[in-house]
Every structure is written in C-alpha cells, then in structure tokens.
Design a protein around this ligand. Sequence first.
Ligand SMILES: Cc1ncc(COP(=O)(O)O)c(C=O)c1O
Length: 426
Amino acid sequence: MSVSGASSSLRTFSSRVWGKVPYHGLVASRKPLSAVRGYRDTGKPRYPGPGKPARGRVVDLRSDTVTKPGPAMRRAMAEAEVGDDVMGEDPSVNELQQIAADMFRMEAALFVPSGTMSNLIAVMVHCRERGDEMIVGDLSHLHIYEQGGSAQLAGVHATTATTLPDGSFDLDQLDSKIRHGYPDPHYPRTRLICVENTHNIKGGRVLPLTFLQEVRALADRSGLSVHMDGARVMNAAVAQRVPPSTILQHTHTVSVCLSKGLGAPVGTILAGPRDFISQAVRCRKALGGGMRQAGILAAAGKLALLEMVDRLEEDHRNAKTFAQALLDCDPPLFAVDMAAVETNILRFRLKEPSLSPAEFCDRMGQVWEGEEAALGQGIRVLMYPYFGNSVRAVWHLGISPEDTQLAVQKMQFVASQFLNEKVKAQ
Ligand SMILES: Cc1ncc(COP(=O)(O)O)c(C=O)c1O
C-alpha cells in the first residue's frame, strides 16, 4: 500500500498504536518541543549525543561503542594490579592476553588501544616488504573507515573484493584478485586477505563458516595469510552458537574489540602466531600504542571477555524485536530483511521517498509537541542515516528490552506524525 492517500490504514494504525496511549491527533503540527518552548539551538550538531541537556528519555542506538563500564567493571579497574607494560611487567595485561589467546586458540595475543590500530598493525606485520598488497572488502571497515592507514602509514597497496550482502566475497572473484603473475615486475605481491566478521556496513552480518573455510583453503593454496577484523566476532560466535575458536580456526590472525558490545571502555586484542605477535609488539610501539600501567584497562577487558559475552544474545533479541516492529508498522513505511538481522546491528530502509533516512533520524532524535501527552514522556531515539540510503541502529548493554519498547513507541509515533502530515497536505 502506498503511503499517500492512506487515511483508512492510518486509522487502523492510529487505533492500534494510540489505543495504548492517551493521545489524539496532536502530532499534526510537527514542532520539536524545544522549538515550541523556544530553546532549540540550531547551532548544535544535527544529532546531539545524550550528554546534551535536552528533554526526554534517551535510547542511544548510534553504536555499541557508547557503552559505559558498570560498577563491577569500575571496581575491577580500580583494584587492578599494574606494572609497566612496555617492559612486559603489567600482570593484568599479561593475564588478559593469556585469557584471549586461550579463548581464541591462538599462540599469543596483544592488548592494543583500538580496533583501528590493531588492524593497521596486522597489515604492517603481514605485509612487511615494499610492494606487498592486501585484498580487502570494498565495504570493509578497514577500507572505508580507517583513513586509509594501511596506505598512509604502512605503505601497503589494497585491492578490493566486492562485498556481498552477507559480508562475504565471491570466491572466484577473490581468486582473480590474487596477483598470480608475481614475480612479473608489473605486479605487487599479494600477501593478505582481510575479512570482517560480523560485517558492520552490511548490518552485523555473520560470515558463514563454509565461506571462511573456503577462503582459508584459497589462501593456503596461494601462500597468503588471512586476517579477520573481528571487532564483533563474539557477536558472530554467539549468533552461530559456537566458541570463537571455531570461527578463528580459519584465520591466521584476528582483531577483537573489547570496547564495543563487550562494554570495556578501551582496548582491542590482536591475536595470532607467536612470531606475528612479537613483530606486532614492535609495530604497536612505533605507532605510539605502547601503554604503561595499562592493567587498569586490561582489568576491564578481562571482565569483558569472561563475563559479557553471553549477554550479547539479549542485544540480538532486542534488535530483532525492533526490526519486527518496523515490519509490523501499518501502513508499511519500512523495508527490513528479517533474515539479515543476525546480531546487534540493524539496517533498514524507508519505503517512502519523501521521508529520507536523515529526516527519519532527526524525527526519532527529538521530542515533539504532543509527544509527552501521547507517550507519557518524551523519548529521544538516536540512530544514524547510513550507507546505501539506509538507517543503522545498534543494540548494546545500555539498551534493555524496555528501552527497545520505548524505541518502538517512538518509531510508531514518528510514523503516525509523518502520515498525518502527508494526509493533511493532500
Ligand atoms: C568492524 C570494525 N572494525 C574496526 C573498528 C575500529 O575500532 P576502533 O573504533 O576501536 O578503532 C570498528 C569500529 O567501529 C568496526 O566496526
């Protein structure tokens, strides 16, 4: 059903949604409450963070990087034993690295400040000679969002493989990207294949284990290494109901972020063979990532790995709940592929061309006139317009099932608001 001229379905929608809340058609004037009350600051960023003094309960779905350490994590940080980690003497860092190596079934692991640095170090170690090349997904975080650090700082050339909807590559295309003509002096030397799991831009997609197995077989046949940007590989493991080592058996090295859904404030683990990690220690220092009493951070990382993995399932459940509510919205404003909602990242599209992702996010992020009367309180749901004309929302430990329901209510309010305006304008 098209949205225009949808007044009958609008009634259905309204009675279903608004039957639950004391609200009757107030949304027709679309004014944010702040504007109504005269304190809207138009000089502020378009999507202000929750730190800004604005009315309304905030449900922050911008990213799983916004998580804050809870009391137990803060206590562990305060009580951590520390030493100089550049000298290898921080017991908490050493313990975290051992826990990670054991969990990932890798020979060794290294604690580094960020996922970006971790991926860069991996590229630097795998591609050590001038003229080395890596193959990356054209929509990978490494290629799109890391400022081209592998070229800028490591001098490594990248060739891209097309990212398929599930985050994987076509294996024939991948094979064709390998410089089989080397050492013909026209070609760089392919050294590395990078994969991303879960895949961020593709909406938290989990790489199939068979794909990983095939990539590894291709790499082995061609004498290449496989690095996984596993910033959210624990989400993949939870979604596939396997230990992370089942996934990582197909890769030589992995980068795992502790500071996303796992809730640590800082830090990433880079893991792989012992000689790889020895080289990685050198690169980390060259990049300024050698930290001293880093045990304060490692203590949080330890809790993240040992105690925060199982709860990721709740994030996946909440993401599905919201996705289903988008699908159930009547009339249908949203396009969602439920089969693609595998973990904590949801990407969806708006079916109505006159409602752009940016405008939808804007409407979700502000409290509107009549909203408090309709919903019992103002609700600000923060999410981003995203790649390919979509919207991205990310669930994490700061978002409960109740918060998810608030986000659903707000989405329904915004949908009704938009449709009322549409009908009025006709
Ligand atoms: C898939 C992926 N890889 C790497 C990173 C980089 O992590 P960091 O922000 O710690 O540098 C991110 C961050 O969002 C990510 O989503």
